[in-house]
Design a protein around this ligand. Structure first.
Ligand SMILES: CSC[C@H]1O[C@H](OP(=O)(O)O)[C@H](O)[C@@H]1O
Ligand SMILES: Nc1ncnc2[nH]cnc12
Length: 308
């Protein structure tokens, strides 16, 4: 079910719709990994450019971070024709200078999930692949966004600062970290913490989609010695303002991003396209046809048609 939509926005806690854009319709593709978190809203800018919006935890925030159907989400977006994802996430700050209300573009991830989330499209199949993940975000998309998001924040005029080149820790949750863990993550080089960037970023990589995260800080987690540890109530205080700014940022960058990724010739922003060619283990004689069919949903270039 291909729509004429090349960009997706994934909304996290507090960001459940893009009501600053014109709603066109909902689509709800069933993928080989089930249905996405909620129906995907196709929205339009005044120029006519369309964007797919998906609420990570469902539109009523009913899905726990460990239970987000990330494979279905990424597969569904790819099936619509999406090539680049800009994901938003409410995060804790592990650094004094990243205050609640600030935004950040991370460039690295430390994985503290506990192996309970399916993290690969290849899991459970007869096909083995090892995607390259040293640079877990699409560097070109991230640096492209840096300038545009900075401009969008200045234009909004609320004084929201953008931090770049940060490292985000992804923990399992749903409980927040202990003080000891929070201090340890700082020592490891962590700057931000959330419960959602993984496996989302890994799956986007396997599906050859460009993926960047805009982290929106809500709290200082639990590392500050003379301050209380984070509570959900504290997070809620900044969610609405962060969501308003996120909608403004999204609406500001989408047209230019769409033009960039659909321009003639190789777009600089589609650096992931073709990357899985060297990640799939080549001894293909024993690959099961039903597994190839399943994987063709996200990677038709490699798995549809006759086995080589
Ligand atoms: C509501 S606090 C914890 C919750 O918020 C973040 O969600 P998201 O990344 O979808 O914005 C964090 O990752 C946790 O899931
Ligand atoms: N302190 C925190 N830890 C994990 N996820 C979060 N999301 C928002 N704040 C968080």
């Amino acid at each position: 079910m291909s729509e004429n939509v090349r960009i997706a926005i994934i909304g996290g806690s507090g960001l459940y719709h893009l009501d600053n854009l014109t709603f066109v319709k909902h689509v709800n593709p069933e993928t080989p990994w089930g249905f996405p978190s909620s129906p995907i809203a196709i929205c339009a800018l005044p120029s006519g450019t369309q964007v797919a919006f998906l609420a990570r935890h469902g539109s009523g925030h009913t899905i726990h971070p460990s239970a987000v159907p990330a494979r279905a989400n990424i597969a569904a977006l790819k099936s619509l024709g999406v090539r680049a994802i800009v994901a938003f996430s409410a995060v804790g700050s592990l650094r004094e200078e990243i205050a609640p209300g600030h935004f950040a573009l991370p460039s690295q991830i430390i994985d503290r999930t506990k192996g309970v989330r399916p993290a690969s499209f290849f899991e459970g199949t007869s096909i083995v692949a090892h995607a390259s993940f040293g640079d877990p975000f699409s560097n070109k998309l991230v640096s492209w966004l840096e300038e545009r998001v900075t401009k969008a924040l200045e234009q909004e005029g609320r004084g929201v600062q953008l931090h770049t080149n940060k490292c985000i820790v992804c923990m399992e949750g749903p409980q927040f970290s202990t003080r000891a863990e929070s201090i340890m993550y700082r020592q490891w080089g962590g700057d931000l913490i959330n419960m959602s960037v993984l496996p989302e970023a890994k799956l986007a990589r396997e599906a050859e989609l460009s993926y960047a995260l805009i982290a929106t800080a809500t709290d200082y987690d639990a590392w500050r010695p003379h301050e209380g540890a984070v509570t959900a109530a504290e997070v809620f205080k900044t969610l609405k303002a962060n969501a308003d700014t996120s909608r403004h940022v999204a609406a500001t960058v989408i047209d230019e991003l769409h033009a960039e990724i659909t321009k003639d010739g190789e777009s600089l922003l589609l650096e992931q396209v073709g990357s899985m060619a060297f990640s799939i283990m080549p001894r293909s004689e024993q690959q099961k046809p039903e597994d190839r069919e399943k994987l063709a949903y996200i990677l038709p270039e490699y798995f549809s048609g006759e086995q080589q």
